[in-house]
Structures are given as structure tokens and as C-alpha cells.
Write a protein that binds this ligand. Structure first.
Ligand SMILES: Cc1cc2nc3c(=O)[nH]c(=O)nc-3n(C[C@H](O)[C@H](O)[C@H](O)COP(=O)(O)OP(=O)(O)OC[C@H]3O[C@@H](n4cnc5c(N)ncnc54)[C@H](O)[C@@H]3O)c2cc1C
Length: 423
């Protein structure tokens, strides 16, 4: 009977366990989780803090007892794994107990990482990465009267925190050292429009302005910014960086870059050791580089692929490309592809209202798309971009064209998106 170990029980760990069980009904699967919660979806934590979903709403696979029974798992919770010996295939937990496996999946995700700021006690700052971060912020908001807040990080996590604080009537400043909103995903025109809309809703923007130091005042801080300005904040939320949880591995045994390096089967450089989800790097299809993709669907695919290969089936995951789908403050922003790639720019719609699409056509066809205010076309556009990356001559199918036209895109724009500029 095969003996499998899974470290970390989030999205990738869950799909890894589920797929092993589907392919090996008799094998022994032991899951290690540093906390007692059942696998949760971090994307939903800001909705919980905002009071939009109940606590139970964050657990897409149900409670731990149900999962344990359905997948027939041994579950060791509330203990952090301290070390993996990839050669001996042993897992040692923090109290020193060791377990030996035939195959191990490392699915430990990533943690919030913020530099130390002079004058700011790290324990006074809030973060938004884990369920415990969400519970702490929610408790603080329920028990303390905040009037001002500073959120650092103008990406998909920061904007959700800004939204919920703004809805509570807290005067909120959103700062980022980058000069624009969604710096890694949005084109300048779309960034500017998003800035205009959120400013109109009462949020103060401090873009191109990094937090440098803080000065304690009664019940809060005066925050000093790199452009010389100051921001008054009772509450500081840092949404600026993440670090992969790779410290349990030995770099002499397993190749690690920023994340654990895996092949298309999710196998690491060490035989029998697999990695999936935010802890791992995968192929980024546009640049062909290996990088951390950091998306829920990616973690699910990688976990599924790892689980199948661990249990003796064959599966491969060729990679993903950068994308961002965020709903906030009554708008949808969708960004596909590397926003630094240049080419002919084509636009459809009025950016200030209704569906707006901006596409960049490089020498070999579409390289990136920004969509404002219509998430319904995102699947079609994403699928098309994905196919172009596989085959440069790919075209939209008649059904896909029909969907885009029904949602308001003109046929002439769709032709341009396909790289046809004649006439
Ligand atoms: C606030 C927020 C918003 C997001 N929004 C989106 C979005 O809109 N769209 C999108 O696609 N993605 C979004 N993401 C990203 C998405 O949630 C992640 O890509 C996905 O959850 C990664 O899954 P994972 O299993 O790799 O890691 P995780 O879900 O982080 O799971 C890793 C698990 O391993 C455990 N662990 C770590 N170290 C150890 C150890 N040593 N021993 C035992 N257990 C350990 C952790 O406690 C954790 O439970 C968001 C993330 C956050 C934080």
C-alpha cells in the first residue's frame, strides 16, 4: 500500500489529496496542516471581514470531518511541519515527531511579507493573507472606532481592503510605490479610470508614494511617505508582499528559485517530492519563464496534476499566464497578459461607463487585454489568449464571436483583436 504525505491543506493540498484518492482507493494519505481550519479560500476572507459572507462561507469543500471521511485521510492539524528530508522522504513536525512516506506533496503556499518600517511596531500593523489575519482585522473593526486608515499595496488584495474600510465610513488612503493602480495588470488608461472612480467614492490615493516610516500618536500613527507627504492613520494594513513557504526544504536537496521549481508533472528536482500551488513556480506561457502564478485556479490545476502523478496516473500542466480578475466598488477589472508588452492598441467602448475593452496586438497577435465592467466576456477572451499562446494562428470560434457580440463588442473590433487591420 502506497504511503503519501501532503504538507499544507489549502487549495493545492486539497486537490492533491482528492486526486490521489481518485486514483488510489487504498493508499494511506496523511495531511499536515499548521492550523485547525478546514481548507479555506483566501479570496473570500475580505468578504468575511466586510460581513458579506458568514464564517462558514470561506470553506468551499466543507468541514474537516466531512473531508476526512470522504477522502479517507489521516489529518494532523495544529502542528507546523518543521523539516522535510527529501532524500529519506521524512517529514518532521515542530514537536520532533517524524513520518516517512513514499511520496510527498509540498503545498505550503506563501506568507505575507512586509519590510520593517521605522517607528511601526509590526504587531500594530494588519495583513491580509490568512484566515487568522482576516479574523484579527474583523475583530479589530468590530471593537475599535477607527476614523482613518492607510492601506499599502494597490493590487487585488489592497483594493478589497480599501473597499471594505471605505464602506465602513473610515477615511482611507491607498498608497503604492508604483505610480498607478494594478501596476502589474492594468494599462495606463484603465489605471487612470479606476483611480478616478475610487477617488470619486471618497478614497485618497497616494500613488508613486512608498511608506517610509511611522510616528506613533495617540491611537494611531502619522505615516511618512517617500514623496514627503504624511498620512494620518488609526489603522495600517500592509498588502505589499508575499514569500513562498519553502523553509521546510533543504536547497541542497530540492531546487528552489523564488518558489519550488517543478516540471509539468509537478515533480521537483528530488525524486518522489512534488510541489503545487503558491509555493511552487510554474511555466508562464507568455514569457516562457518559470514563475509563481499565485492564483486559485492555478493551485487547483497544479494540485490535481501532482496528485495524479503521485498515484501512478499521468497528468501534466503546461502552465498559465498572468491574469487578474477583481470585482470591487461596483466595478469589474480584468487584466490578461503581461501589461508591459507593446504593440498596436485597439479600444472598444466608453471607458467611463459600460463595457470597455483595450487590447494590445503584438507582431504575432493579441498579447494582452484589459476589460472594465464586464466579467462575462472574461472566459471567452482568456480562452482565446490561451489558444494563441499554444498556436499563433488560433482564431475565435463562431460561438465565441457570438458571445462577444452579444455582450456589446463590435465585429470590427473583434476582427482587430484577431490581428486583422486591413481596411
Ligand atoms: C486576500 C487574498 C485575495 C486573493 N484573491 C484572489 C483572486 O481574486 N483570484 C485568484 O485567483 N486568487 C486570489 N488569491 C490567491 C489564491 O487565494 C491563492 O493562489 C491560493 O489560495 C493558493 O493556494 P495554495 O494551496 O497554494 O496555498 P494556501 O491556500 O496558502 O494554502 C497553504 C496551506 O499550507 C499551510 N502551511 C504553510 N506552511 C506550513 C507548514 N510548515 N506546516 C503545515 N502547514 C503549512 C498554510 O497554513 C495553508 O493552510 C488571493 C489571495 C489572498 C490572500
Amino acid at each position: 500500500m502506497a504511503n503519501y504525505g501532503i504538507i499544507g491543506f489549502g487549495c493545492a493540498g486539497y486537490y492533491g489529496a482528492k486526486t490521489i484518492r481518485e486514483n488510489d482507493p487504498d493508499g494511506k494519505i496523511t495531511v499536515f496542516s499548521e492550523h485547525e481550519y478546514s481548507p479555506y479560500n483566501p479570496m473570500l476572507t475580505t468578504y468575511y471581514v466586510a460581513g458579506k459572507i458568514p464564517f462558514e462561507g470561506m470553506f468551499p469543500f466543507g468541514d474537516m470531518a466531512k473531508i476526512k471521511e470522504e477522502l479517507n485521510l489521516e489529518v494532523i492539524t495544529g502542528k507546523k511541519v518543521a523539516k522535510v528530508d527529501a532524500a529519506a522522504k521524512t517529514v518532521t513536525v515542530e514537536d520532533g515527531e517524524s513520518f516517512t512516506f513514499d511520496k510527498i506533496l509540498v503545498a505550503t503556499g506563501a506568507s505575507a511579507f512586509a519590510p520593517q518600517f521605522e517607528g511601526l511596531d509590526p504587531a500594530d500593523a494588519f495583513y491580509m493573507r490568512t484566515l487568522d489575519d482576516a479574523i484579527r482585522l474583523r475583530n479589530a473593526l468590530d471593537t475599535t472606532e477607527y476614523t482613518t486608515a492607510l492601506v499599502v499595496g494597490a493590487s487585488m488584495v489592497g483594493i478589497k481592503v480599501v473597499e471594505l474600510l471605505n464602506n465602513k465610513g473610515i477615511k482611507t488612503t491607498l498608497a503604492d510605490m508604483a505610480p498607478k493602480m494594478f501596476p502589474l495588470a492594468a494599462y495606463d488608461s484603465v489605471s487612470d479610470e479606476i483611480s478616478r472612480r475610487i477617488t470619486q467614492k471618497g478614497v485618497c490615493l497616494a500613488l508613486g508614494s512608498a511608506l517610509t516610516s511611522c510616528e506613533k500618536r495617540e491611537n494611531g500613527y502619522i505615516c511618512h511617505m517617500s514623496d514627503g507627504s504624511t498620512v494620518d492613520a488609526d489603522l495600517i494594513v500592509l498588502c505589499i508582499g508575499t514569500r513562498t513557504n519553502v523553509s521546510i526544504l533543504d536547497k541542497d536537496q530540492v531546487k528552489i528559485n523564488r518558489g519550488v521549481i517543478v516540471d509539468e508533472n509537478m515533480q521537483t528536482s528530488a525524486e518522489g517530492i512534488y510541489a503545487a500551488g503558491d509555493v511552487s513556480e510554474g511555466a508562464e506561457l507568455q514569457s516562457k519563464d518559470s514563475m509563481i502564478i499565485g492564483l486559485w485556479a492555478n493551485a487547483a490545476h497544479q494540485g490535481t496534476t501532482a496528485g495524479a502523478n503521485m498515484a501512478g496516473a499521468t497528468a501534466s500542466f503546461d502552465g498559465n499566464f498572468l491574469h487578474n480578475i477583481t470585482h470591487f466598488m461596483d466595478m469589474d477589472f480584468i487584466g490578461f497578459g503581461d501589461n508591459r508588452l507593446t504593440g498596436q492598441v485597439v479600444k472598444s467602448g466608453d471607458i467611463t461607463k459600460g463595457l470597455y475593452v483595450e487590447a494590445v496586438i503584438g507582431e504575432d497577435g493579441l498579447v494582452g487585454v484589459n476589460i472594465l465592467d464586464n466579467y462575462r466576456i472574461s472566459g471567452t477572451v482568456k480562452n482565446y489568449l490561451y489558444r494563441i499562446m499554444e498556436n499563433k494562428t488560433a482564431r475565435l470560434s463562431p460561438i465565441q464571436k457570438g458571445i462577444l457580440i452579444k455582450e456589446g463588442l463590435r465585429p470590427s473590433f473583434i476582427e482587430k483583436m484577431e490581428g486583422k487591420f486591413n481596411g
